[in-house]
Design a protein around this ligand. Structure first.
Ligand SMILES: Nc1nc2c(c(=O)[nH]1)N[C@H]1C(S)=C(S)[C@@H](COP(=O)(O)OP(=O)(O)OC[C@H]3O[C@@H](n4cnc5c(N)ncnc54)[C@H](O)[C@@H]3O)O[C@H]1N2
Ligand code: MOO
Length: 390
């Protein structure tokens, strides 16, 4: 294993050689889930005016007689400030309306007599008014740069007039799968052929991640054909995922063709199962050559490619720390990417394949757990979980 990198070395190599993509402005529905690059400031105080929190009446507590209310009229949300009230009068006021300057209290309909002529329960002067500027002042930083944008941040941005935000561009992804034996899923295989599954799997994952798939092709085990496809793929993507043809076979051309075009990879070969033949060429475009075995392709996508796609967007890796399932046993010399099913409120369960070609046994799994080799494994230590997608 002397020439094989450790997983930590491979990880560091990827992290150090990749940068965040350049910035773009994205509409709020395209910005959610991404990293904010410029802060969002309050363009006015929030709330911008004293806001009624209830449907009911508004009045001045110093001049009202709770047993004899005179309604001056309706003051609804969106209405400009009304005329001044006379002593003893109240406005019918709606939630979200600006509380008039001469009013300091709101009483909800539920605390009024049916004809609104009396207040039937005790009230506190000042109640049910969301005071102007009590949430934020003009110029306050409401969302600092570096925040990963969620639904509350979208609400804030919209409320201060920012319909688009500055975020790193989304990585444009390419997929090139290889193999003479692997035919289109819609075709009928000969006895010596299989229907290819890596392309559809990777494309589905990219779609779930909301990333543009700019290139998706399958190539035969033929140097000229693969060279043409590689050239095409490189033109339009930030990150290219290749599957198959990266091991030691007579028809495994991927390493040789990429060496000719890009030079030696940053690494090729990791002390890892599955995924030992994984290779990486830093870009742009960044190129990952995943092993063709379906379990290896999926596991190495989750462990290396997905975090790399996050890094291109300036996002932290989408990982979690988990306790090892009871039945888990580490491998002697290799890090193991163990397929596991993780669900809220349930024990993490292990779904190991018989070998890296057995994608049936892993079907309940939701991601892989990184299990260090026996020499550095500790049952009490948390392990890192890499989900396939969400
Ligand atoms: N002499 C050695 N042979 C192998 C080694 C080794 O170290 N020495 N490593 C083994 C390991 S580990 C793996 S993993 C595989 C990876 O090989 P390749 O990346 O070259 O992949 P292929 O040979 O093209 O395919 C492997 C396997 O996967 C199937 N496959 C390929 N593409 C697809 C697809 N799109 N959909 C479904 N299945 C696919 C293919 O039919 C093969 O069965 O190498 C070992 N060999
Ligand atoms: O390492 Mo391979 O990726 O055993 O299947």
């Amino acid at each position: 294993m002397a020439d094989l990198l450790s997983v930590a070395e491979a990880d560091a190599c990827i992290r150090e050689s990749m940068t965040t993509l350049p910035a773009e402005r994205a509409t709020l529905s395209r910005a959610i889930g991404r990293r904010l690059l410029s802060p969002v400031l309050a363009d006015r105080s929030l709330p911008p005016y004293d806001r009624s929190m209830m449907d009911g009446i508004a009045f001045s507590s110093s001049s009202i007689n709770p047993d004899k209310i005179e309604i001056a009229g309706l003051h609804a949300a969106g209405d400009p400030p009304p005329d001044a009230l006379e002593a003893g009068q109240a406005w019918e006021i709606m939630t979200g309306a600006m509380v008039p300057e001469d009013c300091d209290t709101v009483v909800p309909y539920e605390s009024l007599a049916d004809d609104h002529s009396r207040i039937t329960s005790r009230f506190k002067p000042g109640q049910f008014i969301h005071k102007a500027g009590s949430d934020a002042k003009e110029g306050d930083i409401l969302i600092p740069a570096g925040t990963t944008l969620g639904a509350p941040e979208v609400a804030i941005a919209a409320s201060v007039g920012q319909n688009s935000l500055t975020v790193p561009r989304l990585p444009r992804v390419g997929i090139l799968t290889t193999g003479d034996e692997a035919i289109h899923p819609a075709a009928t295989p000969k006895p010596w052929q299989i229907r290819r599954s890596n392309g559809p799997t990777l494309a589905a994952l990219i779609s779930m991640l909301g990333l543009p798939l700019n290139f998706h092709q399958h190539g035969p085990d033929d140097e000229d054909a693969l060279t043409t496809l590689l050239e095409q793929a490189m033109e339009s993507v930030d990150l290219l995922i290749i599957s198959g043809g990266i091991s030691k076979g007579k028809k495994d051309f991927v390493r040789r063709l990429l060496d000719a075009r890009l030079g030696k990879p940053a690494f090729h070969g990791i002390a890892l199962r599955p995924g030992k033949p994984l290779a990486f060429w830093p870009g742009p475009p960044d190129v990952f050559a995943l092993p063709g075995n379906p379990v290896s392709a999926l596991a190495t996508f989750a462990r290396f490619v997905r975090p790399a796609l996050h890094q291109l967007q300036g996002l932290a890796p989408p990982t979690r720390l988990l306790r090892a399932p009871d039945s888990l046993e580490p491998l002697e010399h290799l890090t193991w990417l163990a397929p596991v099913a993780v669900a809220t409120g349930k024990k993490t369960t292990l779904h190991p394949p018989q070998n890296s070609g057995d994608y049936i046994s892993i079907s309940p799994s939701t991601g892989v757990l990184e299990v260090p080799p026996v020499s550095s494994f500790s049952r009490s230590a948390a392990l890192t979980y890499y989900p396939y997608a969400l």
